[in-house]
Design a protein around this ligand. Structure first.
Ligand SMILES: NC(=O)c1ccc[n+]([C@@H]2O[C@H](COP(=O)([O-])OP(=O)(O)OC[C@H]3O[C@@H](n4cnc5c(N)ncnc54)[C@H](O)[C@@H]3O)[C@@H](O)[C@H]2O)c1
Length: 256
């Protein structure tokens, strides 16, 4: 028996990267996962990989920026299962650049996906969970939400907002059976990171050196903390953020 046996779990942005890694982990623990992705190609590929490994997963296209799209997702899951046990708000993207010339479309896009989108999903799924009197919502923040990092104004503001949403709504729903937690990963080896390296925005050596542990994180190192937090083992944890960063935030401003 897995500790998440039969738990109906929505993971946004689970087509690849950290979201897919979380899907694999939670499936392995017995959860049934809805890969809620804006990109049908990666979403369907993820589901194929999961089902071929013997897990229970299906794809639902969603754009977390759009209230109707989020409502459709929630309706489809409730129609099929009659309940939602776990929501992971993971969808994201990173665009960086100088604030004085930062394109407004990139500002709105990041705030829409990683802040407004998180609230829309929390609200729509939260209504179902509150009625059940039970549920867990886990939001993926970032070390970017915990401190300054030039050129990442929109990304970091959205991620700081996620920490605040987790605290505020976590406290609001704490006596109604719904736990809300957040994980702030450090730099993690995913396609998003590789894209930034390819575009010359990031170098792996710099990130490795900046991390007290001397290396970036692996997806499963994030996913296994997520598994713990959404499981009953974390029954007394709510309205807080767990940092999984190899020591990055603690390092502060000291030179490498
Ligand atoms: N990789 C890192 O170093 C790192 C560090 C800290 C936090 N994070 C956070 O972890 C999460 C996952 O990051 P990743 O590195 O796996 O990124 P990724 O780009 O590999 O995956 C993100 C997924 O989100 C999906 N997505 C984007 N916009 C969406 C939308 N509007 N609706 C639904 N899905 C959408 C994408 O299609 C993609 O599949 C993000 O929230 C990111 O900010 C990543």
């Amino acid at each position: 028996m897995g500790e998440l046996d039969g738990r109906i779990t929505i993971i946004t942005g689970a087509g690849r990267g950290i979201g897919f890694g979380i899907a694999e982990r939670l499936c392995k623990a017995g959860a049934e996962v809805i890969v809620a992705e804006v990109n049908p190609e990666t979403g369907q590929r993820a589901v194929k990989a999961l089902t071929e490994a013997g897990y229970k997963a299906w794809f639902h296209e969603v754009d977390v920026r759009k209230p109707d799209s989020v409502e459709n997702l929630v309706k489809a899951v409730v129609d099929r299962y009659g309940r939602i046990d776990i929501l992971i708000n993971n969808a994201g993207l990173a665009k960086i650049g100088p604030s004085e010339t930062f394109p407004l479309e990139d500002w709105y896009l990041q705030i829409d996906v990683m802040y407004n989108g998180v609230f829309l999903c929390m609200q729509a799924v939260g209504r179902v969970m509150l009625q059940q009197g039970k549920g867990v919502i886990l939001n993926i923040s970032s070390i970017g939400g915990l401190g300054a990092w030039p050129m990442r104004q929109a990304y970091n503001s959205a991620k700081a907002g996620v920490i605040s949403l987790t605290e505020n709504i976590g406290c609001e729903w704490a006596r109604r059976g719904v736990r809300v937690v957040s994980v702030a990963p450090g730099v993690t080896r995913t396609d998003m990171l590789q894209q930034m390296v390819d575009e010359g925005i990031a170098t792996l050596t710099k990130y490795n050196d900046r991390t007290p542990m001397g290396r970036v994180g692996e997806v499963d190192e994030i996913a296994k903390v997520v598994q713990f937090l959404v499981s009953d083992r974390a029954s007394y944890i709510t309205a807080t953020t767990v940092t999984v960063d190899g020591g990055w935030v603690a390092w502060g401003n000291l030179p490498v």
